[in-house]
Design a protein around this ligand. Structure first.
Ligand code: N01
Length: 532
């Protein structure tokens, strides 16, 4: 049986939850699908030990309802995955979100029919639904990447992926564990796995920069203060460059007296994690400032790691600090001082194969009881290109984007009318606070739909020239920074054969919102609105 609605929402993470609440309030009917068993998106899947957000809890939450803000109590400065998932479940309960969604359904295809101005969406599980609009809230980091290492599937022991961690606790007690991958997920999980396991061997291809989270429990006093400052924090966040209240120190590195520079780095370091890339303005553009930040990092690293060779191996060499997302850890580097933890530098001894017993590198074979893959995602485009999305004249999105994605503001894709991607390539998304970003994205999409309905338009499609200009602008911004040099997932560099373009929008959260508002004020300039 085919079901009909105004909107099909794909994904019940932050963006899907927000959008379905507000679509419902606007009187639009919704059919939602999510491959997960429940709401939560990223926080549903990434249940690995140590998973934690690197945006402060108080900021990484919806702002649309002051009552919701006041009634939820975060317990830590940086919430751990279970608490964030509990929050999203609370939101789902409070606004009755689940009734819109069918869970355990992975969308397989979406086909546009010009004659009826409708999308038909089918799932791998056999559902079929039709709607006037499709909202892809399918996530930026939701298509896990499992590398094609020879023999990968021969391993006879336990296999885990940080991006699809089991719901029940995994007990590593007494086990020999291989951890492959040292991005944020590997870095967060290692200390906890090493606490339990008999032995952990970390297979590192590229060393990463990680800055301690400086996490702490929020006392009642902290929380009282936090609640009182919510409006001001939100104001700063909505007006900031990354959707959080934090900006850079106002003075450039070069204009700061030499004896004061370290104190500013130290302050930024203490703030924790990814915020270290904002110690000085222009740190991601100006090589001298970035280099100073890197040297500060190296001094910190040297204080933590005892073994000189391990220290060398843990020192990043292939990218400027911050050009891959700075990881946020709790005790990561110190873990390498433990007797039961070994670092294997894959640049010196690449993995040759995986066997039934373990992992073989050029220097020999090691036996394991479990392998943990913390090997990342086909970021920003993977969730979209894994679906057969066919737009006007049968165009396949995957083919259209073979040379890199092109969107207008991240939302609109030429040739794909009435399909709106939230947090899509070409918007700030992962470079900003995804909670507020998802609100802005959902609002834009719903306002466009309501505008079309009010004016009698049956379709809205991004113009090819508008998308080309926006994409070129987005690339130019990236190329003017150090980001463009890094082999990062921002650049699509972690996936073999993927086009190298900078995927998120670097122009900043507030400036991006202003561009969106200009488009709205100009009657959705950049979209072709038409009626049939
Ligand atoms: O993935 P990654 P992630 N053989 O792509 C390695 C967010 N996040 O899941 O760098 C061996 O960063 C790969 O090596 P290399 C956050 O935005 C946030 O950790 O390609 N190794 C790399 O070390 C983050 O940036 C938090 O050389 C292989 C690792 O796998 C994003 O998600 C927590 C390999 C992948 O690192 C992704 O993070 C977690 C191979 N064949 C995630 N293939 C917070 O703290 C890949 N690797 C909020």
């Amino acid at each position: 049986m085919t079901h009909d609605a105004d909107i099909i929402v794909v994904g019940a993470g932050l963006a899907g939850i927000y959008t379905s609440i507000h679509a419902d309030r606007a009187g639009l009917s919704i059919i939602g699908f999510d491959a997960a068993g429940d709401v939560g998106g990223t926080w549903y899947w990434n249940r690995y030990p140590g998973a934690r957000c690197d945006v402060e809890s108080i900021d990484y939450s919806f702002s649309f309802d002051p009552e919701l803000e006041q009634e939820w109590r975060w317990t830590e400065r940086y919430a751990a995955q279970p608490e964030i998932l509990a929050y999203l479940n609370h939101v789902a309960d409070r606004y009755d979100v689940r009734r819109h969604f069918t869970f355990g359904r992975r969308v397989a295809s979406a086909d546009w029919d010009e004659a009826t101005q409708r999308w038909t969406v089918r799932t791998h599980e056999g559902d079929e639904a039709r709607a006037r609009w499709v909202i892809m809230a399918s996530g930026c980091l939701s298509a896990p990447h499992l590398p094609a290492i020879p023999g990968r599937d021969d391993f006879a022991g336990e296999v885990y992926m940080t991006a699809a961690w089991p719901h029940e606790k995994v007990d590593f007690t007494g086990k020999r564990v291989a951890l492959i991958g040292t991005g944020s997920s590997g870095i967060q999980s290692l200390p906890l796995i090493a606490d339990e396991a008999a032995e952990v061997v970390v297979y590192q291809r590229s060393a990463n920069y990680s800055v301690p989270a400086s996490n702490r429990t929020l006392s009642d006093e902290d929380w009282k203060h936090a609640l009182s400052e919510y409006p001001e924090r939100r104001r700063k966040s909505w007006n900031g460059l990354a959707g959080s209240p934090w900006g850079s120190n106002p003075t450039r590195y070069q204009d700061t007296p030499e004896e004061e520079r370290d104190a500013i780095f130290e302050e930024s370091w203490e703030r924790g994690g990814v915020l270290f890339s904002k110690a000085f303005p222009g740190q991601m553009v100006d090589r001298e400032t970035n280099e100073a930040a890197r040297l500060f990092f190296e001094r910190k690293l040297a204080e933590k790691v005892k073994d000189p060779q391990v220290l060398v191996d843990l020192t990043p060499t292939d990218h400027a600090i911050g050009t891959k997302r700075i990881c946020t850890d709790t005790g990561y580097y110190e873990t390498f001082n433990r007797e039961n933890v070994t670092l294997v530098n894959l640049r010196r001894e690449p993995i040759l194969k995986i066997t039934a017993e373990g992992v073989t590198t050029e220097s020999g074979a090691r036996r394991f009881d479990a392998i943990v893959y913390a090997t990342g995602f086909d970021a920003m485009t993977g969730a979209l290109t894994s679906i057969d999305i066919r737009g006007r004249d049968g165009r396949l999105l995957r083919d259209e984007w073979a040379g890199g994605p092109s969107t207008f503001l991240g939302f609109g894709i030429p040739g794909f009318p009435n399909l709106l991607s939230l947090n899509g390539p070409g918007c700030p998304s992962v470079l900003s606070n995804m909670a507020l970003g998802s609100e802005q994205q959902g609002d834009f999409a719903l306002r466009l739909i309501q505008h079309c309905d009010a004016q009698g338009y049956t379709s809205a499609e991004a113009r090819a020239d508008a998308a080309a200009a926006w994409t070129a602008h987005s690339q130019e911004l990236a190329e003017a920074t150090l980001f463009a040099e890094a082999p990062s997932w921002y650049m699509g560099a972690n996936i073999e054969g993927k086009a190298r373009t900078f995927l998120p929008y670097l122009g900043g959260f507030r400036p991006y919102i202003e561009r969106c508002e200009e488009v709205v004020d100009a009657g959705y300039r950049g979209f072709v609105l038409s009626s049939r």
